[in-house]
Ligand binder design. Structure first.
Ligand code: DX5
Ligand code: ZN
Length: 230
């Protein structure tokens, strides 16, 4: 089996800005901006208009994103039946591939298929899906993404119950001795980032908080270094 080339480990504060909030007319410029920032990954949201009520972009655009950065591409698939496209997302340069729990009938098979392609395999949970649904699969997950908004759009309000879900997931990982990362996505900003890291999050996605900021590089820094009191 081919090994994913980016090491990922718990306990580090990673920031993964979401390109959904970038200027699509100036994508190269915005990617180059992120290349100069302290961000660790680039978060790439793929929406099919079926699993979520919005359509974003697909493989041809990701191929171009890949050409302009050497940072890992953290690809979040909000699509039905993602098994159909695992090979093609690998081919265009995905490093971490996240599928939704709610979109997979055979999650164990899907995660193994992603790993067999040499990518890190992650599962996303919608706000209504309890963490305990992962208890029989957690050992296979390289990462779990907790949605802190209903997926589909950037710029929504953070759901407060997320803190509790992050704690529960951290506990589940400990109980199972699972080395899986915890990522939080939706409404993240410098005000809630410190508490999310303190609850056990390893990776924070931020779209609006980075791209709508007067200084996106400073915004990435502020999320990465946020204290609980911020
Ligand atoms: C929402 C996407 C998120 C979104 C986050 O469905 O999965 O990645 O871009 O954007 P903000 O940080 O603006 O909520
Ligand atoms: Zn996302």
């Amino acid at each position: 089996m081919e090994e994913a080339h980016h090491n990922i480990k718990q306990g580090v504060r990673l920031v993964s800005p979401s390109l959904l909030s970038a200027d699509f007319g100036n994508l190269q410029r915005d990617i180059e901006l992120l290349n100069r920032s302290e961000c660790d990954w680039l978060h790439v949201d793929v929406m099919d208009g079926v699993f979520v009520p919005n359509i974003s972009f697909g493989q041809p655009v990701i191929r171009h994103i890949r050409r302009h950065t050497s940072k890992p591409l953290d690809v979040h698939l909000m699509i039905v039946d993602p098994d159909r496209y695992i090979d093609s997302f690998k081919e265009v340069g995905a490093d971490i591939l996240t599928v939704h729990y709610e979109a997979c009938n055979h999650l164990d098979r899907t995660l193994h298929a992603i790993k067999d392609k040499g990518m890190h395999a992650a599962v996303a949970l919608n706000p209504h899906t309890p963490v305990l649904m992962l208890s029989d699969i957690i050992e296979v997950c390289d990462m779990v993404l907790i949605m802190s908004v209903n997926p589909g759009f950037g710029g929504q309000k953070f759901i407060e119950h997320t803190y509790e879900k992050v704690r529960q997931l951290r506990q589940l990982c400990q109980q199972c001795n699972a080395e899986c990362l915890i990522e939080v996505d939706g409404g993240v900003n410098a005000q809630n980032a410190g508490k999310l890291f303190a609850c056990g999050a390893d990776v924070l996605v931020a779209g609006n908080a980075v791209f709508a900021a007067p200084d996106p590089l400073q915004a990435v820094h502020n999320i990465k270094c946020a204290s609980e009191a911020d």
